[in-house]
Design a protein around this ligand. Structure first.
Ligand code: C2E
Length: 287
């Protein structure tokens, strides 16, 4: 979908290829930027839950909360709007909405069913630096009565060196509240060991890019193996993300992996649907 147009630039005649698709994407982006604050406040954001399972018996131990945006009859995925929310700072409000709502849903479900499922939420680095996060997490725990150890805060982005002292302090306070800290996407990009050590986290999430290569790359297997050993030595629990096949699950089990997430066990689905699937089938319900 291209059009050719001519422009006069610095006195020269130039032909420029004009991409209508590009303009549409630009317009969509701008519209989303305008609509996002309203979407957060007026409730068109939704929480999907993806199960986290124990690899030994595939029992669901908890869920990761993933944001979705219902917009003009369709669903917008986080990869499209999280970067916009980060640019504008709205990510803090967004993450807070997900944190409160996810804690409320899980606490309610646990109480109703006499279970102790955990919930993981994503926190942006910006939020960690906001100076308000500890209070906000404490308030969310108070309001929902979710036991703190059932809440895991997943930290994704790398944090700039100059912010470290502050971040470490905040992470410490969050752990003192009793909730768990998880380092995400380890194995993607240039993850550093110093970073891992400084985070002093409870959990390490291994990125799906490593898992997807498990059958084709010996190197990927070596790295996975080494990272899992490292985590164990640092007394961190390991969650392997993005398991899609039985072969991948078997390989991860062989390496000693005990917890996983991935399409093989369950895709992210609306919260009610995800939770209903964890309810044990009662006698007589099957027929
Ligand atoms: P993430 O935290 O690493 O979440 C895992 C992503 O991998 C999810 O994508 C999930 O749908 C996808 N996934 C899970 N299992 C598989 C699998 O077996 N195969 C493949 N190919 N993909 C799988 P999703 O929901 O699109 O989220 C993308 C990212 O957006 C998340 O990555 C997270 O970084 C960010 N995000 C999502 N919700 C929030 C939120 O509430 N706040 C913040 N700050 N970020 C969020």
């Amino acid at each position: 979908d291209f059009a050719l147009y001519f422009s006069k630039e610095k006195g020269r005649n130039r032909a420029t290829l004009y991409d209508r698709g590009l303009e549409q994407r630009y317009r969509r982006r701008r519209d989303m930027q305008d609509e996002l604050p309203v979407a957060i406040r007026e409730g068109s954001l939704d929480i999907y839950f993806q199960p986290k399972v124990s690899l030994t018996d595939r029992a669901v131990t908890g869920f990761e909360a993933l944001v979705r945006w219902h917009r003009k009859g369709g669903i917008v995925m986080p990869n499209e709007f999280i970067p916009l929310a980060e640019e504008s700072g709205l990510i803090i409000e967004l993450d807070l909405f997900i944190l409160r709502r996810a804690a409320e849903i899980i606490a309610g479900w646990n109480k109703e069913n006499g279970v102790a499922l955990s919930v993981s939420v994503n926190l942006s680095a910006l939020h960690l630096m906001s100076g308000k996060i500890v209070r906000e997490v404490a308030d969310a725990l108070d309001a929902t009565h979710l036991p703190p150890d059932l809440l895991t805060l997943e930290i994704t982005e790398s944090i700039e060196l100059r912010d470290w002292a502050r971040v470490q302090n905040t992470l410490l306070e969050l752990r003192q509240l009793g909730c768990r800290i998880s380092v995400e996407d380890f194995g993607a990009g240039f993850s550093s060991l110093a970073y891992l050590r400084a985070m002093n986290a409870d959990e390490l999430k291994i990125d799906q890019s490593l898992v997807s290569e498990i059958e084709t790359s010996e190197e990927a297997r070596f790295i996975l193996d080494a990272v899992m050993d490292l985590a164990q030595n640092l007394a961190m629990s390991v969650v392997v993300e993005g398991i899609e096949t039985e072969e991948q699950a078997a390989a991860i089990r062989q390496m000693g992996g005990s917890q996983a997430q991935g399409y093989l066990f369950g895709r992210p689905v609306p919260a009610e649907e995800a939770l209903a699937a964890t309810r044990p089938v009662e006698l007589g319900e099957t027929g």
